[in-house]
Design a protein around this ligand. Structure first.
Ligand code: PMP
Length: 441
């Protein structure tokens, strides 16, 4: 049997075990498929043979429809920073709801959260709320187009800025039809040359300071500084998408690198686990949305909904003040080091990239500076890892994304490291030894 056949066999066995163990999730999936395409309303949640139905959660634990319990190491793709039952969040939401939902007006809470965001993130002089990170990026781009009077937007291959703003080597078919220029990530010289060449037409450079969905690949400080300088030189706006990364430093990731963008987009945990997005930045650009002068409209029934405003404020003030961001990042860095040690000790082509509490497994050796560097990894190994970790009681993600949330304990972390060691020993025969090509697959 070739190595490739062995992987197929191992995966077929793992999928069979998964299917046998999860009849209630399967029944739910089949029933829902009558009403939603593929039983799905959020593409990332599907994986073969069928996704688990999660029935509930408490602190860092979730349980599925069949009653299995897992430690949650994905945390709603970073929005679940506070875990599943934080008392401070629940109380804030309860209190907000007691004061009345759907008030059709400015409310008592929105200004408090706005002020916190402006005080926390130095680039944000003025802020507006949306319902998602996707909308925040759409609005930031729209502001840049209007502010500069230009049409082109520089983005990077492998970036994800939302459901209608996803990029591989090209924009995805569901990406909005703006005039994008898609450049390789972490190629400062190439990006600067292109920005200079097209400068007069470029409205914005939209950047994730670490590619999140693209595999937790940090941007080099040089790259980010070079983009800042080039954008300034040609009169384009630098928009940093910190929807995922704002948790990585006291003032977000870009500030930690020493760069001030013109606009910054936010989302995820900053809404306390409720639907949330925000965009903010330079007062002159954000001033475009000032209804007193009325140049640009930005509407949204739920933009300032009291539940999100209350949850976001409680989370940032009570559970995640700036110093907590540093503590969590240090814990994440230690976990990532330990996972990498498991891989190097076993001498297999497996590595964990990322920063702080966000990390991603890649089944390749060598430096990963852009998604193409990890493209040669065998996707079956990622799936095997995901299914193995589920079996061991750890909920991660099929793409190898692993996230720390606040309620995760040191013993949860130890357990994950042990489970990873279990994975590399169980599958030693199908994992590629460092430096050896996958022959015969
Ligand atoms: N930008 C980044 C960097 C993200 O990671 C995400 C979500 N994964 C988004 C934007 C979109 O946010 P939302 O899902 O709230 O629309």
């Amino acid at each position: 049997m070739t190595l490739g056949d062995s992987i197929d066999q191992a995966l077929a066995d793992a999928r069979r075990r998964f299917s046998d163990a999860n009849p209630a999730s399967l029944a739910q999936f089949n029933a829902n498929a009558d009403f939603m395409p593929g039983a799905n309303s959020r593409s990332i949640l599907y994986y073969p043979p069928f996704p688990l139905t999660i029935a509930g959660g408490e602190a860092s634990t979730i349980w599925d429809a069949d009653g299995h319990r897992y430690t949650d190491f994905i945390g709603e793709y970073t929005a679940g920073l506070y875990g599943h039952s934080a008392t401070d969040i629940r109380e804030a939401v309860d209190e907000a709801m007691r004061a009345g939902i759907s008030l059709t007006g400015h409310n008592m809470l929105e200004g408090k959260l706005a002020r916190l965001l402006c005080e926390r993130f130095p680039a944000v002089q003025l802020v507006r709320f949306t319902n998602s990170g996707t909308e925040a990026n759409l609005m930031a781009l729209t502001a840049a187009l209007r502010f500069t009077g230009r049409r082109k937007i520089v983005v990077f291959a492998g970036a994800y800025h939302g459901g209608v703003l996803a990029f591989g080597a090209q924009p995805s078919p569901t990406t909005v039809p703006f005039e994008f220029i898609v450049l390789p990530y972490n190629d400062a010289a190439g990006a600067v040359a292109r920005i200079d060449a097209d400068g007069a037409d470029i409205a914005a450079v939209l950047l994730e300071p670490m590619l999140g969905s693209g595999g937790c690949i940090p941007g080099d400080a040089d790259f980010i500084h070079a983009l800042r300088d080039a954008a300034t030189r040609v009169g384009a706006l630098l928009i940093v998408d910190e929807v995922m990364t704002s948790r990585l430093g006291r003032e977000g990731l870009t500030a930690q690198i020493g760069v001030t963008p013109d606009l910054m987009t936010m989302g995820k945990y900053l809404g306390g686990g409720m639907s949330f997005g925000a965009f903010g930045g330079r007062a002159d650009v954000m001033g475009l949305f000032d209804p007193r002068t009325g140049a640009l409209a930005h509407s949204g029934t739920f933009n300032n909904n009291v539940v999100t405003m209350a949850a976001g404020y409680a989370g940032l003030t009570k559970l995640f003040p700036p110093e907590a961001a540093e503590v969590l990042s240090a814990r994440g860095n230690r976990l990532r080091d330990r996972l990498n040690t498991v891989a190097t000790d076993a001498d297999v082509d497996l590595q964990f990239t990322g920063l702080g509490s966000l990390m991603n497994a890649h089944f390749v050796g060598g430096d990963i500076r852009r998604p193409e560097d990890a493209a040669g990894a065998d996707p079956r190994l990622r799936e095997l890892l995901f299914l193995h970790l589920l079996d061991a009681g750890f909920y991660t993600s099929p793409r190898g994304f692993i996230v720390l949330s606040l309620p995760i304990t040191d013993s949860d972390v130890d357990g994950l490291v042990d489970a990873m060691a279990g994975f590399v020993s169980t599958y030693a025969s199908v994992l590629v030894k460092s430096g050896r090509a996958l022959l015969g697959s």
